[in-house]
Design a protein around this ligand. Structure first.
Ligand code: GLC
Length: 745
């Protein structure tokens, strides 16, 4: 064995030993500290309060808060940021009897100063490296600003675009969502917690928050445990396996019990079965909300139920701080339960090195340097252009995109054409963010010899039509129109459910007026969710779905429109034709009366007023080049449970531009002890090919890939026939094969 290999082998053997030693060392420090703590000081560690949204204490009503911090009655704060304010608040905490430092948490969801695409948009890249890089830069900037902990990634699977928070997640699929959860946790936390270019991550909102009835935020969730384990839990388990330091519970009830007090979720699954060693923070006020839920009789009752169910830290309910000491004295809460919660939190504070140096994340020189790092914008541009989905590019023949830079006239029209704040989307950190490049600005700076004109046509909600005449006149003088429409940033995110997910205001009317000019129209659509836009889908010449692409959004859109970046993104969520189809997912069940021919649907599982198919399918996304799939082989027609087979095929770039294809592997378990979806994503690869290049692509199929949770929640694969499909989208299967899983010997 060479010297290098020996060293690597030694390191591999030593790492677990070192980790174990560090763990034991921290555990002993925690135990020593806890021996000195009073019950009141222990309860203080479970109390998290918010600073002013901008930052730090700014007004007299903070006097009591500051006093509490000095007395060791606060364990963590959120919404305090920046070196100056985090140092000032930390200094107060260090005046407490045992000088226990605070944890500073913040919603750093898709960037701190440099804003990356909203998570749903970033998920359309299916690019784990890019997603990890985005989270790493967000962590680097946040940590430099004194923040220890981000309340991200949100890993809630969501199949209902009425729900505004679909914007914050990774879409509808457990397999893709699990890969993205891993990438985001690794990005935020880096290789070792405690490095000052990383922050603790939070897997949220535990659990099944994305399945709120009717897509109405904070509404109840009701589902079978089989569905919970098959669809909604896997991304949380992926986040935990990736080392997520904390979990955040959710506002919803799950099968009648609020997640905040749900013993099944937080103790049975998370802390016992999954052996989670970090801590659980409640979502804002969710402990207190158990009273209106009708699950707790008052705040004291809520505090007892929450901590007994495994909710360790209380965000902004003031339940633990007001009632937990009495609950322990009365025996309603066991001291062991309190100690377990406190230990989990103190462990993280030691792990972050805050007892060695409580100010180690709050260094002014580093904050100045990191927040000005130009490489962050370059990364934001890279991630943004990888997230833009080319939904349509001409019908047969003529392809309006990419636009030519030759001397032509391009009219940039629409309420979001020169928008900046909207391009950032929701859940940005208040304060001094990087300047945003608008779509108009991006097009103008990339247009070469082309002449660019502009007309907004209406305000950003398109509430009136008085500007339409000018817009039509501008379009009439151009060779091609780029129309920027969609949602403004504040129409998606928390508490932003919509019953009507069409374009707000008069935007459809604006499209019709421009269409009447007869000019080719390229639509760039901004949104934090799938929208319904059937007329535009049918009549626009090209459509680029830009989500909210962040600080570099305008440049990313221009790079795609002019072909400097060949679009590669694929939808991480289904786009319905109408809100009436929701919930709609590619991974649906066949039913006993499947529709096999859209013309013959009577007495089938269908609607009398719509086809079943979506407007755009999960995994859909076009390119400026063409890819050919051929030569499928599977290394065996049969497989015993202990074996694996290799599925391979050739992918060729048969078009005129280099490009990247996200090849997708789906499978169907034809007969099983619980019915299985007509297809499930079980693999994907991003393959970049030059013009004319061909590459052999392979996937390994093993028992794990064929497994599912049966009705007894047992994970496993059942013998029988499987259909394997590879293709460019969930509705665009290019090659298919069969595999038989043999029964165990
Ligand atoms: C909010 C959100 C949660 C966020 C928390 C702190 O209500 O539900 O995602 O992390 O409060 O801002």
């Amino acid at each position: 064995m060479t010297m290098k290999k020996t060293t690597l082998a030694l390191a591999a053997a030593l790492l677990p030993l070192l980790a174990h030693a560090q763990d034991a060392q921290i555990e002993s420090k925690v135990a020593a500290l806890m021996k000195q703590m009073t019950v009141a000081e222990k309860v203080g560690q479970l109390h998290q309060i918010s600073g002013r949204l901008v930052t730090g204490p700014t007004s007299s009503d903070y006097a009591a808060t500051l006093a509490d911090i000095r007395l060791g009655k606060v364990g963590s704060m959120l919404n305090v940021k920046g070196v100056a304010d985090t140092r000032a608040i930390q200094a107060l905490a260090l005046q407490s009897r045992l000088h226990i430092p605070l944890l500073f948490g913040q919603d750093v969801i898709h960037g701190y100063r440099t804003v990356f695409p909203v998570p749903l948009g970033e998920s359309a890249s299916w690019d784990m490296e890019a997603i990890e890089q985005s989270a790493h830069i967000a962590a680097r900037e946040a940590a430099a600003a004194g923040i220890h902990w981000t309340f991200a990634p949100m890993v809630d699977v969501a199949r209902d675009p009425r729900w505004g928070r679909v914007m914050e997640g990774a879409g509808e699929d457990a397999f893709l969502g699990s890969a993205i959860a891993r990438a985001r946790v690794h990005g935020f936390q880096g290789k070792q917690l405690g490095a000052t270019d990383s922050v603790m991550a939070t897997a949220k909102h535990f659990a099944a928050y994305g399945a709120a009835v009717a897509g109405r935020d904070y509404n109840a969730v009701d589902m079978s445990n089989q569905q919970l384990f098959e669809v909604y839990l896997p991304p949380f388990k992926a986040a935990l396996d990736a080392g997520a330091a904390t979990f955040m519970n959710s506002f919803n009830t799950l099968n009648g019990i609020p997640a905040t007090a749900n013993v099944f979720l937080q103790r049975d699954i998370l802390k016992n079965s999954w052996n989670f060693k970090g801590f659980v923070v409640s979502d804002w006020g969710s402990v207190r909300e158990m009273v209106p839920h009708g699950y707790a009789s008052d705040l004291a009752d809520a505090s007892v139920k929450a901590i007994n169910a495994g909710s360790d830290m209380d965000m902004e309910s003031y339940a633990h701080i007001k009632h937990l000491e009495d609950a322990v004295k009365s025996g309603k809460v066991n001291m062991k339960t309190l100690d377990d919660a406190v230990r989990r939190i103190l462990y993280k504070k030691f792990e972050l090195g805050l007892f060695d140096d409580p100010y180690r994340y709050s260094v002014a020189s580093r904050e100045k340097a990191v927040l000005a790092d130009p490489s962050h914008r370059a990364a934001a541009l890279d991630v943004a252009q990888k997230s833009l989905v080319l939904l349509k590019n001409g019908a047969a023949g003529a392809k309006p995109l990419p636009l030519s830079r030759a001397a032509q006239k391009i009219a940039v029209i629409g309420p979001l054409a020169d928008a900046r704040r909207d391009l950032e989307g929701g859940w940005v950190v208040e304060g001094d963010r990087a300047p945003v490049v608008s779509i108009l600005e991006g097009i103008r700076s990339h247009a070469g010899k082309a002449e660019v004109s502009y007309a907004p046509a209406c305000d950003n909600h398109c509430s009136g039509t008085e500007g339409f005449a000018e817009a039509v006149a501008t379009a009439s003088k151009a060779d091609v129109v780029v129309l920027a429409v969609g949602e403004t940033w504040d129409l998606s995110g928390e508490a932003k459910s919509r019953t009507d997910i069409t374009l707000p205001g008069h935007q459809e009317q604006l499209f019709a007026a421009l269409k009447a000019t007869g000019k080719p129209i390229v639509v760039v659509m901004l949104a934090g969710r799938p929208l319904v836009f059937n007329t535009i889908a049918e009549q626009a010449d090209a459509i680029v779905y830009a989500w909210f692409p962040g600080s570099e959004g305008g440049n990313a859109v221009a790079n795609v429109l002019f072909g400097d970046y060949n679009p590669s993104a694929k939808l991480p969520i289904t786009f319905p034709r109408s809100v009436g189809q929701i919930p709609l997912s590619y991974a649906q069940y066949n039913t006993g009366r499947p529709v096999t021919d859209e013309k013959n649907v009577v007495y089938k599982s269908a609607y009398i007023d719509s086809v079943n198919t979506p407007r755009y399918a999960f995994g859909h996304g076009l390119s400026y080049t063409d890819f050919k799939y051929s030569g499928l082989t599977i290394s065996g027609k049969e497989m015993s449970p202990s074996q694996q087979v290799t599925l391979s095929f050739d992918l060729a770039n048969t078009g005129k531009a280099e490009g990247t294809e996200i090849v997708q592997l789906y499978l169907r378990d034809m007969v099983a002890s619980v019915v299985r979806p007509v297809k499930e994503l079980k693999g994907f690869q991003k393959i970049h090919l030059q013009v004319g290049e061909q590459r052999r692509v392979s996937f390994t199929i093993d028992r794990e890939l064929l497994s599912f949770f049966n009705s007894q929640l047992v994970w496993g694969a059942e013998a029988g026939d499987f259909k394997l499909m590879v293709g460019s989208a969930s509705d665009d299967s290019r090659l298919e094969g069969a595999l038989k899983l043999l029964p165990p010997k």
